[in-house]
Design a protein around this ligand. Sequence first.
Ligand SMILES: Nc1ncnc2c1ncn2[C@@H]1O[C@H](COP(=O)(O)OP(=O)(O)OP(=O)(O)O)[C@@H](O)[C@H]1O
Ligand SMILES: [Mg+2]
Length: 537
Amino acid sequence: MKGVVTSISGATVSVDIRGLQLYDRVYIGHARLSGEVVHLEKERTTVQVFEDTHGLSVGEPAEGTRAPLTVALGPGLLGGIFDGLQRPLLELQKQSGAFIKNSVELPSLDLQREWQFTPAKQTGEAVVSGELIGFVTEGHLQHPLFASQSGEIESISQGAIRLDGALATLTDGTQLCGWQNCSVRRPRVCGRRQPATTPLLTGQRAIDFLFPMIKGGVAIIPGGFGTGKTVLEQSIAKFADTDVVVYVGCGERGNEMAGLLREFGELRDAGGRPLLERTIIIANTSNMPVAARESSIYTAVTMAEYYRDMGYDVLFLADSLSRWAEALREISSSLEEIPGEEGYPTYLSSRIAAFIERAGVVETPTGKPGSLSMVLAVSPPGSDFSEPVTQACLRAAGAFYMLDTTLAHSRHFPAIDWSQSYSLFAKQCSAFFREEIHPNWQDLQRRCRDILQQEEALREVVEVVGMEGLQDRDRLLIFAAERVRRDFLCQNSFSADAFSTPEQTAQRISSILENHAQAVKRLEQGELLSDILKGSC
Ligand SMILES: Nc1ncnc2c1ncn2[C@@H]1O[C@H](COP(=O)(O)OP(=O)(O)OP(=O)(O)O)[C@@H](O)[C@H]1O
Ligand SMILES: [Mg+2]
């Protein structure tokens, strides 16, 4: 379907091609810049171009494809670093240097790479679409491959295969291959949803102990400028106990992304493998095109769903969803849509809700349930949590880790505000922590929360009467609360303490609480406060 460019306004371009559908992919101009249809009228089709439109002029050719934006899914994605359109950045760098040039089309998967294939079917056997036909080993995972068509197998490969060849041929001549293209805007068709029951351990004491996350759940991390969102997201990406991590750097600084890549290459997981091997990184830094940023989270979540459908636990992290919403706002205003709150399009909250709905636990053809969890950073301007993006995320998310500017300024990291944050997953996780980690987990939690709450009330009294005006018992409580904050909730991501197993977490908090209980007992037995505190310091 061919036509010409009729008007250009930044990255929004009108073409005179008719018969296209919403979200069809279109190539614009002599440079063949890629874009997608975002608005349709009788005589005019509006295309959002993903690349820089400098130098494009009216009258240049345009070509519509009648196919939506897709990603290539197959073995070889793990360890990959892609842009918002799933172009492999390392390959791009080899071809066009450190700065991405326009209209470079590169295959996202290396189709010539050799894999060792173990068939699960034999010649003569019947196979139905979606059924397992064999495995390859990708890094630390067994990567199952499924049939895309039904029929009887005439021949099936074994041993070395390449993705550009067929894995199996059916008697009607259909070739089954090891990769597929999948539209990014629609959730991948999945099995029945299941309730989430297993905690997602992050290695962060404040999260695992006070506000646990669950496999298949969604957590948001709203925080003002410099409160530690990026560091917390990256720590979770490093230490979370999931099989696959998909990290989207959405409109964030390029040097942070570079730091992440360097660190992941060097860090190793418990099995001694580089962390990058289980990670897929999507980079759309602040200097990359805005329209590609809007699509980047969809590209990333589709890859995450692909691994979830194999029965793996996948964690999706985005830093930050606010930059994605800003991209949406920019696109919406260039389309002259009626603006809603703070200039965001009126469909902002339904878009966010639909996106967040892609998380969850599902049945998979392998028999194992697969989970997709999301941890999304949000940067509300001026730390105003009533702004639309934070509010829309809040409505859909199950855990809320609010980062507090005052805590961050006093170098209390992670700056999770224990009085405002919450997790709706605590109940589902409680059996696991009680049975597997510590029989008194809930009791420890309650005692820890109690101390922090009582301290908050006492702080107001201290402001009036000073520390000396407090009763000895209250002074002991303030002392214990300080220890909880300093020695338990604070966790420097750049030290050996960056990761804490749940057993270590339980041990640390029980020792602080036990010390406090002992101190209270000694006070009751008549010992002097100064003597008790001397021993505890
Ligand atoms: N867990 C942590 N341990 C130690 N230092 C931390 C931690 N979290 C944050 N910091 C410190 O705070 C600084 C700012 O953190 P970070 O870049 O993550 O903030 P941010 O919220 O992502 O900022 P922005 O709003 O600019 O994106 C870091 O450079 C680091 O020095
Ligand atoms: Mg940041």
